[in-house]
Write a protein that binds this ligand. Sequence first.
Ligand SMILES: [Co+2]
Length: 187
Amino acid sequence: MERRVRALRTVLAEKGYIDPAALDVLIDTYERKTGPRNGARVVARAWVDAEFRNWLLRDATAAIASLGYTGRQGEHMVALENTASCHNLVVCTLCSCYPWPVLGLPPTWYKSAPYRARAVKDPRGVLADFGIRLPESTEIRVWDSTAEVRYLVIPQRPPGTDTLSEEQLAACVTRDSMIGTGLARPP
Ligand SMILES: [Co+2]
């Protein structure tokens, strides 16, 4: 695969279809500037700052942009807060829509047909596959991403984290917990 990519890149550059320098900027962006660490900082801020949390729930796009996370596939963000009574799970049933600025590029399973179909039909079964068992009393809401709207799940803050700094809290926030296929982990 690597060789194929390199060959394609060479041909496209030789034909003048792509600018290798521009490609380097793009690759750098997706390797280093976006990714789940961004989303984790958003969640940690929401956990420690009630005003920010309220803003995030009201206008996620603006609240997230205030931390510097903007760009393609993050233009219309909606934040979904998990509670003891309601667990949110995000899928894109049509393709693989995903909030790039806060989570980076989607994991392979997110793009797979089984996940996309089963997340809707059997969300509890999907969660069980990820090792998550929620009480029957917890409602599971499934959100279908579109080309317009992208979702960020705010997982529940783990117990015993009262004394942690915002940075330490961010380390508890996993990528999957922001998709809804996981929970924030204890420190
Ligand atoms: Co899609």
